[in-house]
Design a protein around this ligand. Sequence first.
Ligand SMILES: CC(C)(COP(=O)(O)OP(=O)(O)OC[C@H]1O[C@@H](n2cnc3c(N)ncnc32)[C@H](O)[C@@H]1OP(=O)(O)O)[C@@H](O)C(=O)NCCC(=O)NCCS
Length: 156
Amino acid sequence: MAPTASIRMRKVLAAADGAAPPEFPDGVCAVPFVPALHARPAHALLAAAHPDRGESFDEWWTGLSRDAEFDADTFFIAIDAHGGVAGAAICWNVPFVKDIVVAPAWRRRGLGAALMRHAFAWFARRGHQHVDLKVDSGNVDARGLYHRLGMRELPA
Ligand SMILES: CC(C)(COP(=O)(O)OP(=O)(O)OC[C@H]1O[C@@H](n2cnc3c(N)ncnc32)[C@H](O)[C@@H]1OP(=O)(O)O)[C@@H](O)C(=O)NCCC(=O)NCCS
C-alpha cells in the first residue's frame, strides 16, 4: 500500500459563498448543534469512519469541547426525518474544518457538499477570506469532493 500524507487544502471564499444558504438533499436538514442530542451520534459516525483513532466518546468530547478553538456554533450538523445525525462538519472557531463525516446510508447524495457549503457560507458571512482543512492523500472520496467544491491543495 502506498504511504499516505496529510494534505492541506484551501477554499478561497468569495462574496457569493455567503450569499445564499446551500440546498440539502431531500430528507435531511441543517439544525443547530445541541451537545446533549447530537454529540454522541456524531462521535459514533466518526468512530465508524476512523476506527484507527480509537477514541472513546468521553476522550473525544472532553478534548474537543475544552479546546480554545471549539465553538458549538461551528459544529454543523444535518439530521434526518427521525432526528438522527446524518452528517457533521466540525469546524473550529477559526475557518478550519476539523472533521467531516456523513453516515454511510447518506453518502453520494450531496450531503457532504452541502455541509461544506454551509461552513463556507458561515465563514464568508463573517468576513473570512478562506477555509482550510487537512485530508489524507489516500482519501480519494474526500479529495474528490473538496476539489469539486473548488478547494486547492497548498504546497507542503
Ligand atoms: C467524504 C464524505 C464526507 C463525503 O460525503 P458525501 O455525502 O458522500 O459527499 P457528496 O455526496 O457531496 O459527494 C461525494 C460524491 O458523490 C457524488 N454525488 C453527489 N450527489 C450524488 C447523487 N445524487 N448521485 C450520485 N452521486 C452523487 C458527488 O459528485 C461526489 O463525487 P466526486 O467525489 O466524484 O466528486 C464521506 O465519504 C465520509 O463521511 N467519509 C468518511 C469520513 C471521511 O473520510 N471524512 C473526510 C476526512 S478529511
